[in-house]
Design a protein around this ligand. Structure first.
Ligand SMILES: NC(=O)C1=CN([C@@H]2O[C@H](COP(=O)(O)OP(=O)(O)OC[C@H]3O[C@@H](n4cnc5c(N)ncnc54)[C@H](OP(=O)(O)O)[C@@H]3O)[C@@H](O)[C@H]2O)C=CC1
Ligand SMILES: O=C(O)C1=N[C@H](C(=O)O)C[C@H](O)C1
Length: 266
């Protein structure tokens, strides 16, 4: 089997580090470059923690993709650079697998148009953990029957975006089946702004940030005399890697934008 040539953006990050290890340790994957805003022109094997993993380091994505031949770009950075990296990859015929969260509706629209025009696959996965995909799917199933729902996402305190990409995606999946409604009392007032959380179509999202947490979400449904809670916990970042592997393997077979791994998991 021919190896899939992969560039990883954000290799020193919490997720990027795991992704570099995944690529390095997977027989049919080959790490051809990393995109890092430090160590430009150097080699990854000279960076602490990556001693036996050779790969040229580039700061500029364009220079990277014009110098090395890559099939796939894995991006785990920030929304601003993630979008730049994704657009540049598509422009260079490289398929992006994006775990970076915080992309806007307009970003997704632009990427969808680019994928159609270039007939190239791009996967944007707000969550790569299989259990989180199931949590979202089960929540969508439950929302058909329970229209009152609040999403509580809980993450480590170094997370930059709120609400999490997973919470937004969960709300969007629920929105597809839930009868639109404004929840809570029609006259409710926040005496402290933000007390009721973010509002998507009347559903509320609450974001908790605490040291010690990794990535957790519970979706709470309420009805007369009963409640249903669907919860997922990631206790480490390895939990995301089987999803990253699946996305890289699948992206070679698709020619459009896929937003959410639930679209490629049977
Ligand atoms: N889809 C999923 O399943 C998951 C998604 N995520 C998402 O992945 C993203 C990264 O998360 P996490 O690893 O925790 O974050 P980190 O802050 O640990 O890592 C982000 C990395 O991106 C680097 N970076 C920032 N700007 C650039 C740039 N211009 N070029 C190259 N690298 C850059 C940072 O460099 P520096 O160190 O210099 O700041 C840092 O190393 C977030 O958006 C997060 O929400 C996280 C977990 C799971
Ligand atoms: O930043 C994180 O850590 C995570 N980000 C993703 C998100 O925003 O949903 C996925 C997971 O929750 C971990």
């Amino acid at each position: 089997m021919e190896k899939i040539k992969i560039a990883v953006a954000g290799p020193r990050g919490r997720m990027g580090k795991e992704a570099v290890l995944l690529v390095h340790n997977t027989e049919h994957f080959e790490l051809v470059a990393v995109i890092d805003r430090k160590n430009d022109g150097g080699n990854l094997q000279d960076v602490k923690g990556f001693e036996n993993i050779p790969a040229p380091i580039f700061t500029d994505i364009k220079e990277c993709l014009e110098t090395v031949q890559a099939d796939v770009l894995i991006d785990l950075t920030t929304p601003e650079f993630g979008m730049l990296h994704t657009v540049t990859a598509l422009e260079h015929g490289v398929r992006p697998v994006v775990g970076t969260t915080g992309f806007t509706k307009e970003d997704l629209q632009k990427l969808q148009e680019m994928c159609e025009e270039k007939e190239l696959g791009c996967i944007i996965a707000p969550n790569f953990a299989l259990g989180a995909i199931l949590m979202m799917k089960f929540s969508q199933m439950a929302a058909k029957y329970f229209t009152d729902v609040e999403i509580i996402e809980m993450h480590h305190d170094q997370k930059l975006d709120a609400p999490s990409g997973t919470a937004v995606k969960t709300a969007q999946l629920i929105q597809e089946v839930r009868e639109s409604k404004q929840q809570g009392h029609p006259d409710e007032k926040e005496t402290i702004p933000g007390a009721r959380g973010a509002n998507i179509d009347g559903m509320r999202i609450h974001s908790v940030r605490l040291p010690g947490l990794i990535a957790h979400q519970q979706v709470m449904f309420g009805a007369d005399g009963q409640s249903l809670t669907i919860r997922h916990d990631s206790y480490n970042r390895e939990s995301f890697m089987s999803g990253v592997k699946l996305a890289v393997e699948n992206i070679m077979k698709i020619d459009m934008l896929v937003y959410g791994l639930e679209n490629i998991i049977e």
